[in-house]
Design a protein around this ligand. Structure first.
Ligand code: ADP
Ligand code: ADP
Length: 230
C-alpha cells in the first residue's frame, strides 16, 4: 500500500490560476520519488498539497491509508507526520542552530527538553554539523543552513520527507553536500518526495520519477526508463 497517494488531485490558487489538473501518483514506503518538470508546471504546489499547506479542489489525498481530504481529519496531526525542506531554509533567525532543531519536538511533540536537545545533537552530527550547534543560522553557509533545515525536519521523526528544490538557492559548490545528506537518508530507507532540477540525483537516487508539465503528469517511470537514450 502506498504511504502517500495522490488520486486525481486538482488545485487552483485563489486568483483562479489552475495549477494542478487530475494529478495522480503513488509514493511507497522507503521510496524516493523525484518530481521533474519545467518551472511553473506545478511541482511545488503538488508537494504543498501533500503537506496540506494547499487545499485540493478535487481528488483524494490518501496518507497512510486514510483519505485526509475528508472533512473530519485532523490536519495538524497529519502534518506532523510530514517533514518539509524548503528552497530558502526558513530557519528561525534568532535561535541557535541547536534550538532550531530541538524546538519542534519540544513545542509540537511536548518532548522533555533534555531529550529534544539530545536528539538535536544527534541529528546535527548526522548532517555533519556537530560543531555548529551554538551559532546562529546567519553565521552558516547556505549549504550548512540547508543541512540544519533537514535536521530540523528529521527531529519531528516524520514518516515522509518532502523537499522543494532544496539546492536551487545554493552556490554551486554547496549543492553536493546537501545532496549527499539526502542520498544518505534515502539509503537509510526514508520515504522522500523531491522536487529538483538535479538530474544526476534523480537518475541515481530516485526509485520513481514523475514528470509534470502545465499541472499535469506527462510521464512517470523508473529513472532507467525516464532517462533512457532514444
Ligand atoms: P495502477 O494504476 O495499476 O495502480 P500505476 O498505473 O500507478 O498502477 O502504475 C503502473 C505500474 O507502475 C505498476 O506496476 C506500479 O507498481 C508501478 N508504480 C506506480 N507508481 C509507482 C511508484 N511510485 N514507485 C514504484 N512503482 C510504481
Ligand atoms: P513549479 O514548482 O513547477 O515551478 P508551482 O507549483 O510553483 O510550479 O506553480 C504552478 C503554477 O501556479 C504556476 O503557473 C505558478 O505561476 C502558479 N502559482 C504558484 N503560486 C501561486 C500563487 N500563490 N498564486 C497564484 N498562482 C500561483
Amino acid at each position: 500500500e502506498p504511504l502517500v497517494l495522490l488520486d486525481g488531485i486538482s488545485h487552483a490558487y485563489p486568483n483562479g490560476k489552475v495549477s494542478l489538473t487530475e494529478l495522480s501518483f503513488a509514493v511507497h514506503p522507503g521510496e524516493v520519488v523525484c518530481l521533474l518538470g519545467p518551472s511553473g508546471s506545478g511541482k511545488s504546489t503538488a508537494i504543498r498539497c501533500v503537506n496540506m499547506l494547499e487545499p485540493v479542489t478535487a481528488g483524494r489525498l490518501v496518507f497512510e491509508g486514510i483519505d485526509v481530504t475528508a472533512k473530519d481529519v485532523n490536519q495538524v496531526e497529519v502534518r506532523k507526520r510530514v517533514g518539509m525542506v524548503f528552497q530558502n531554509f526558513e530557519l528561525f533567525p534568532h535561535m541557535s542552530v541547536l534550538k532550531n532543531v530541538a524546538i519542534g519536538p519540544i513545542v509540537s511533540l511536548k518532548r522533555p527538553k533534555a531529550e529534544a536537545y539530545d536528539l538535536a545533537r544527534e541529528l546535527l552530527a548526522k548532517v555533519g554539523l556537530s560543531d555548529k550547534g551554538d551559532v546562529l543560522p546567519s553565521q552558516l553557509s547556505g549549504g550548512q543552513q540547508q543541512r540544519v533545515a533537514i535536521a530540523r525536519a528529521l527531529a519531528m521523526q516524520p514518516d515522509v520527507m518532502l523537499f522543494d528544490e532544496p539546492t536551487s538557492a545554493l552556490d554551486p559548490e554547496m549543492v553536493g553536500e546537501v545532496l549527499a545528506v539526502m542520498r544518505k537518508l534515502a539509503e537509510e530507507g526514508m520515504t522522500m518526495v523531491v522536487v529538483t532540477h538535479e538530474m544526476r540525483f534523480a537518475r541515481n537516487v530516485a526509485d520513481w520519477v514523475v514528470v509534470m508539465e502545465d499541472g499535469r503528469l506527462v510521464e512517470e517511470g523508473t529513472p532507467e526508463r525516464i532517462f533512457e537514450q532514444p
